[in-house]
Design a protein around this ligand. Structure first.
Ligand code: PLP
Ligand code: COI
Length: 342
């Protein structure tokens, strides 16, 4: 398969239209036959549930070319399951894991020319989503839905790749207790845009959100979970909260930390007051992979993370190398983590 003429190593995290996307419609109480389409635009009712009441949920996962030239996805079954949870919470019809994986395979095989080559540092980002496309004027679930999955080649989420970033402690809350913080609902991101823009204007890449109830504990950023490394370099600590997204990267890193690097892992509420005591701070997620944080701005002064602004700290570097090695086939993966497409 001849690759597209793309400068893979200079890709950022932005949308590039590829040749094919997958689409499947749910109406009259059932999913119709789905398939590929070359139409990148959608036409829906002006009164669609997604337009009026933000009835939409999405996923994000990556596909890689491995060292052996295979094309694989990283734990896509977990994205399928998380999307099912999102659909339950937003009263949308669910796609089975089997159908999700079949759509992924079909989509990727049709767009193989866009899979970045091994060693380029880029990957093929997959964006599956389900939204209410049928009309609703009273507040209610839409009568029809589209499940759609497109792909776009991407590089690093934050400019500079693995260079440490600056973030700020937000005055806004991201998710309420018993709300929708634990699902991947579009509405969570719409309401984070204002805080995100404020952070960017002030020169910060992201926001650190605290728990909305007590503003005491660290939650997550707009698009990634936190991981912290203790000063002795022996322990990974990560926030536990019912209102953060259960990151697949974070769940995988806890296994990598324990089983591959021999670290201790603590998943527990992390008080913001503890943050200055950690040696390394990272954001983790599909898009972020592991992005090191060098500085956290607060109104009471800046927290300088000991690992600094020059480069990623040693433990996060090892974690990043191991997880990307698993994804690219240079490190043996735990059973069931790698889904081979072709
Ligand atoms: N938290 C939020 C709010 C996110 O949007 C994401 C991205 O999906 C993550 C965390 C990381 O999750 P994952 O590792 O499954 O991509
Ligand atoms: C992802 O990491 O896949 C996400 O969906 C995060 C998003 C903010 C880009």
């Amino acid at each position: 398969m001849e690759k597209k003429n793309i400068d893979w190593s200079s890709l950022g995290f932005s949308y590039m239209k590829t040749d094919w996307r997958y689409s499947r419609i749910w109406e009259d109480g059932q999913w119709k036959e789905g398939g590929l389409t070359d139409k990148a635009e959608v036409t829906i009712s002006e009164c669609a549930g997604v337009l009026q009441y933000a009835q939409t949920g999405f996923e994000g996962l990556k596909v890689y070319e491995t060292v052996k030239g295979e094309v694989v996805a990283f734990r896509p079954d977990l994205n399928a399951e998380r999307l099912q949870g999102t659909c339950d919470r937003l009263i949308m019809p669910k796609i089975s894991t089997e159908d999700f994986l079949a759509a992924l395979d079909e989509l990727v095989k049709a767009n193989l020319a866009y899979v970045p080559p091994y060693g380029s540092g880029a990957s093929l980002y997959i964006r599956p989503f389900i939204y209410g496309c049928g009309p609703v004027i009273g507040v209610a679930p839409a009568p029809s839905y589209e499940f759609r999955m497109f792909c776009t080649p991407v590089g690093a989420y934050f400019k500079g790749g693995v260079k440490p970033i600056r973030i700020m402690l937000s005055d806004f809350d991201r998710a309420a207790p018993h709300g929708t913080g634990h699902i991947k609902a579009g509405l969570n991101y719409a309401m984070s845009l204002y805080a995100g823009e404020m952070a960017h204007k002030l020169g910060y890449n992201e926001n650190m959100y605290l728990d909305a109830a007590t503003r005491t504990y660290v939650e997550e950023t707009g698009g990634a979970n936190f991981i912290f490394i203790t000063k002795d370099g022996k322990k990974l600590v990560t926030p536990k909260s019912d209102s953060i997204l259960p990151s697949i990267t974070r769940r995988s890193l806890t296994v990598v930390a324990k089983d591959y690097l021999g670290l201790e892992v603590e998943e527990r509420p992390v008080a913001f007051s503890e943050v200055p005591s950690f040696a390394e701070v990272g954001l983790c997620g599909t898009a972020a992979v592991i992005s090191p944080v060098g500085e956290i701005h607060t109104k009471d002064g800046d927290i300088k993370v000991p690992s600094g602004m020059a480069e990623m700290g040693p433990v996060l570097t090892k974690l990043r190398e191991t997880i990307t090695g698993i994804q690219m086939g240079t490190v043996e993966a735990p059973e069931g983590w790698i889904h081979r497409i072709c």
